[in-house]
Design a protein around this ligand. Structure first.
Ligand code: FES
Ligand SMILES: [Fe+2]
Length: 350
């Protein structure tokens, strides 16, 4: 999967102000996440350079990560700063250092940029900025977070949220209720802004009467008075659906996808609205509805074979309503191949 991407790995509260590190797996690699007392976060491969103990079993003490096996201590940059078994004359082994992944805290989550290679620059300094949708830039809106873990490959999971024709079959009593199985007037459009690729979809029947309209400008708030539901995928792993509720009110569901390994995808999500922030029952309703719908998707998506959506287009049969997902798949293939070429060139010249 794509490595040069920001992936959400946990909620901020799971590591900030904690004396125990947090463990996650991304691209099949166990990682250890921890924070110092100022809330700075570091993410490293979890294996201790001494004997490979899982540092996620250790503890955080005085701004250092402590291995549970022989007590070696590491600073925020991943440098081993103390080997307790050594005498004062015995130095810390000079190469004993943990690789450091660029990391940021944003919108309630900790994000990791999983580019290969050693980085000495902390907290995203050497990598592209993490962008997301304008919905996260508002202070007073209502956000509620959730997460899920599906036993399915990243490619299948992301394609499923771009798929319109499954609605009446997978969600007959919710989002697919009274939806005509014939997909008419599906509009979608790729666009690029600030170096960021994005796909917008205006699905009927949610958007009953418009042909392809100019998309909402980048950075501009969606306008609910346009009376249409819009989905947007920010390539490769952030997605939102915006539903107008009238009177300038709107609700949306946001999802971001993280490949735990080839068979497992983590989904970090938020339900968001810009009205009546104190109505807890409404938040719960939105949350429960979202979870219910996603659970319906999960059991279907987990059954898809082959596990990975095939890059060879002729290996499956396609119809016009599959177009947005196919467009995504070809983009994924293109970016994946670029990364493979760049990686092999790096190896050749290193
Ligand atoms: S394995 Fe970590 S200190 Fe020995
Ligand atoms: Fe669905």
């Amino acid at each position: 999967m794509l490595r040069k991407t920001w992936y959400a790995v946990c909620r901020e509260g799971e590591i900030v102000a904690r004396t125990t590190p947090h463990q996650v797996i991304v691209h099949g690699e166990p990682l250890v996440l921890w924070a110092d007392s100022q809330g700075n976060v570091s993410v490293h491969p979890a294996a201790c350079p001494h004997r490979g103990c899982d540092l996620g079993l250790g503890r955080v003490e005085s701004g250092e990560l402590v291995c549970p096996f022989h007590g070696w201590r590491f600073d925020m940059e991943g440098r081993c700063v103390k080997v307790p078994a050594n005498t004062v004359r015995q130095p810390v082994p000079s190469g004993a250092r943990l690789k450091l992944y660029p990391t940021v805290r944003k919108w309630g989550w900790v994000w990791v940029y999983t580019e290969n290679g050693y980085s000495t620059k902390v907290h995203g300094a050497t990598v592209p900025s993490l962008l997301s949708f304008p919905e996260f830039e508002h202070k007073n809106w209502k956000y509620e977070w959730f997460e899920a873990r599906w036993h399915a490959h990243f490619s299948r999971v992301v394609e499923s949220v771009l798929d319109i024709s499954h609605l009446p079959f997978v969600h007959p009593e919710t989002t697919g209720q009274s939806v005509d199985p014939q997909v008419k007037g599906l509009s979608y459009q790729w666009e690029e802004a600030n170096g960021q690729q994005s796909l917008r979809i205006y699905p009927r029947p949610f958007a009953p009467s418009h042909p392809l309209e100019p998309p909402v400008e980048w950075g501009r708030e969606p306008n609910p008075t346009e009376g249409r539901t819009e989905m947007q995928l920010m390539f490769p792993n952030q997605w939102i659906i915006r539903t107008p509720m009238g009177d300038g009110h709107w609700m949306c569901t946001y999802l971001t996808f993280t490949p735990e390994d080839m068979q497992t995808t983590r989904i970090y999500g938020a339900v968001i609205r810009n009205f009546d922030p104190s109505l807890d029952w409404l938040t719960q309703l939105h949350l429960e509805h979202t979870k219910f719908v996603m659970e319906q998707d999960r059991r279907i998506v987990e059954s898809l074979r082959p596990l990975i959506a095939p890059f060879e287009i002729q290996k499956e049969f396609h119809v016009p309503s599959d177009a947005p997902g196919l467009r995504y798949r070809s983009m994924l293939k293109q970016e994946w191949m670029k990364e493979q070429i760049a990686t092999s060139e790096d190896e050749r010249f290193s």
